[in-house]
Design a binder for this molecule. Structure first.
Ligand code: ADP
Ligand code: MG
Length: 300
């Protein structure tokens, strides 16, 4: 009898420890290094399902953007892309256009972050302005349309949305301890985690440690993608009003958004990009609206 109990306990222990695991996997998606860490009974399934979903999201984004730009008609898009564009438009309105996914033609013109960045002529700059502006992007009942020549760029929001997709999958598998990391620029801490924020002038160094608990963190700045011409440092973030890259002192912005906000990582991603363009405006929004977000100021 005693042996029977011992065997039962041993079997139960093996069963439990056999299923509970700690999984970490890294893959390249959306042009960045995505690392997912999960601890718990369904960690493997949660991570596998998440990478599947990220691959699908990335595919949907590029296919839908190409489809939208290829025709003068409204076209059906995937629910994820529609949600991204809806959220982008809401925040474009709120930020007075500091965040604007229609900035694609200007992003392409300057080509910051490619091997051929350049300062365009004033004529080119004037011409590109007629293809940028949120009023040129139209959404209705799951369908999307852009005015002719408008190029969408989801580089400032797609990764945040990807983090939110993974967050939901982790939750559906009961994961309460883990980390969702899209290239260290957009992160969600499942449970409590300490996250290092890079020093923008010395990206290999950590300047601040942030305690995150079930919240998203996003950093935007000019330290990863930029180029220097005629002594001026041009960031990959465009001011949609001038269609030129942001220059000046706001070279790095970190925003934390609490997980109680449904699309917290999407919002963090958008707000950090927007704040590089117009930090004052974003500060006003945070003081007026009920968005559980705050800036983290590094010791730079
Ligand atoms: P990262 O992608 O390096 O994490 P961000 O989230 O700040 O940085 O996104 C910057 C990217 O967003 C740019 O590389 C460009 O593709 C796009 N972008 C640039 N300016 C804007 C803007 N004003 N509004 C929306 N997207 C922008
Ligand atoms: Mg962003």
């Amino acid at each position: 009898m005693k042996n029977f109990f011992a065997a039962t306990i041993l079997f139960a222990t093996l069963l439990l420890t056999g299923c509970s695991s700690s999984v970490e996997r890294t893959e390249i998606f959306m042009g960045t290094v995505v690392t997912l860490k999960a601890n718990g009974l369904n960690a493997q399934a949660a991570v596998d399902e998440s990478f599947h979903a990220i691959a699908e999201l990335e595919q949907n984004i590029s296919a839908d953007v190409a489809k939208i730009e290829s025709t003068d008609e409204f076209v059906d898009v995937s629910p994820d892309v529609y949600k991204i564009l809806q959220t982008a438009q809401i925040f474009s309105e709120m930020t007075g256009g500091a965040f604007d996914v229609t900035c694609g033609a200007a992003v392409d013109l300057w080509a910051v972050g490619t091997d051929k960045p350049r300062v365009p002529t004033s004529d080119e700059l004037a011409a590109v302005k007629s293809f940028v502006g949120r009023e040129r992007l139209h959404l209705r009942g799951g369908q999307v349309h852009v005015d002719r020549g408008v190029k969408l760029n989801l580089g400032g929001v797609g990764k945040g949305y990807g983090v939110d997709v993974v967050r939901k999958i982790f939750a559906s598998h009961g994961i309460d301890d883990g980390l969702i990391d899209f290239g260290t620029s957009t992160i969600f801490a499942v449970g409590r985690k300490r996250i290092g924020v890079k020093n923008p002038r010395k990206p290999d160094e950590i300047s601040t440690i942030v305690e995150l608990e079930n919240s998203a963190l996003s950093t935007s700045g000019d330290y990863e993608k930029f180029f220097v011409a005629n002594g001026r440092r041009y960031s990959h973030i465009i001011d949609p009003k001038t269609c030129a890259p942001v220059e000046g002192e706001n070279f790095s912005v970190t925003v934390v958004v609490d997980g109680s906000c449904e699309l917290c990582a999407t919002v963090a991603d958008i707000l950090s990009t927007a704040a590089v363009v117009n930090r004052k405006r974003v500060e006003e929004i945070l003081s007026q609206q009920k968005i559980p977000a705050k800036f983290v100021d590094g010791d730079f």
